[in-house]
Design a binder for this molecule. Structure first.
Ligand SMILES: Nc1ncnc2c1ncn2[C@@H]1O[C@H](COP(=O)(O)OP(=O)(O)O)[C@@H](O)[C@H]1O
Ligand SMILES: [Mg+2]
Length: 271
């Protein structure tokens, strides 16, 4: 559903921010994008939602190619994507529900459809009781939940999250991350940039690691790409149930340092 093919990105100054990067993300996957500050994580996400274009190579998202994308196509694609940022980016003079409704209003959603959709996503993120609160009346974790609700309200194919827990304390980080996992479990792909290695280590999700613009590690796609993943311009139906919950829960929940079920070398335990 997202495919980078030999993508290089040069900003006007300095060396390449992204240097010959290729990978793909399938429908319904959860992907961590890791690496130190300056590695190129945000630039990768910006090329997915077409805030930046590659200098060389191709970025293909839900059938749309960076090689042939006019302004009309860009806004069509963006409607299929949800984006959240470290600094929430809420409108300060609007309530939680008005912030979410705004995302629907700008794309011309009929007025009668707005309120039920807003109520549904605010409930999904656990904020039904705070719908009339302004951002300054909410904690950081709650503000990020509003931003996530806003990103979800158009039923995106992919939720892109750029350091979504970067401004949150440990408890709020856990809550927001758990919410992203729940969203993924409903079939929405999630691509999350983070340099929080404790999160990455604690969960066995697909991991792409960047360093100085290069993709230095890819734990591997969870299932092979089908042509349909990239070539259908009109996004198809929700993923098959078989593509959801790809990790056995026991594995997903197990801390990274927990012993495996069976010794790898098959040695019998001492009596
Ligand atoms: N708008 C820009 N103009 C020039 N250089 C940029 C711009 N945005 C990012 N860069 C550079 O590109 C590299 C990758 O940045 P970024 O994608 O923001 O990394 P990360 O998100 O991993 O911290 C860095 O060297 C950064 O300085
Ligand atoms: Mg960044």
């Amino acid at each position: 559903m997202i495919r980078f093919t030999h993508v290089t990105k040069r900003y006007p100054k300095g060396g390449p921010a992204i240097d010959d990067v290729s990978f793909h993300v399938n429908r319904g996957e959860f992907v961590f994008l890791t690496g130190p500050s300056g590695a190129g994580k945000s630039t990768i996400l910006k090329m997915v939602y077409v805030e930046e274009r590659p200098s060389a190579g191709e970025v293909k998202v839900a059938g749309f190619s960076s090689a042939a994308m006019g302004a009309g196509t860009v806004s069509k694609l963006r409607r299929r994507l949800g984006v959240v940022f470290q600094d929430f980016r809420l409108l300060e003079d609007r309530t939680a529900e008005q912030n979410v409704a705004f995302a629907l209003e700008v794309i011309g959603t009929p007025e009668s459809a707005v309120a039920p959709k807003v109520a549904r996503v605010l409930t999904q993120v656990g904020l039904a009781g705070k719908s009339t609160a302004f951002p300054h009346e909410l904690s950081g974790g709650e503000q990020q939940r509003v931003a996530i609700a806003r990103a979800l309200v158009n039923d995106p194919l992919v939720l892109l999250a750029d350091e979504p827990t970067g401004n949150l304390d440990e408890r709020a980080t856990r809550g927001v991350f758990q919410l992203l996992r729940e969203i993924n479990a409903t079939g929405t792909a999630v691509m999350m940039a983070t340099h929080d290695l404790s999160l990455v280590k604690a969960h066995r999700y697909r991991t792409l690691e960047m360093h100085r613009g290069k993709l230095v590690f890819d734990s591997g796609a969870e299932f092979p790409a089908s042509a349909d993943e990239f070539d259908t311009a009109v996004p198809g139906p929700a993923p098959e149930p078989a593509l959801q919950g790809r990790l056995p829960l026991a594995d997903a929940e197990r801390p990274a340092d927990a012993p495996d079920a069976a010794p790898a070398d098959g040695a019998a335990e001492a009596p």
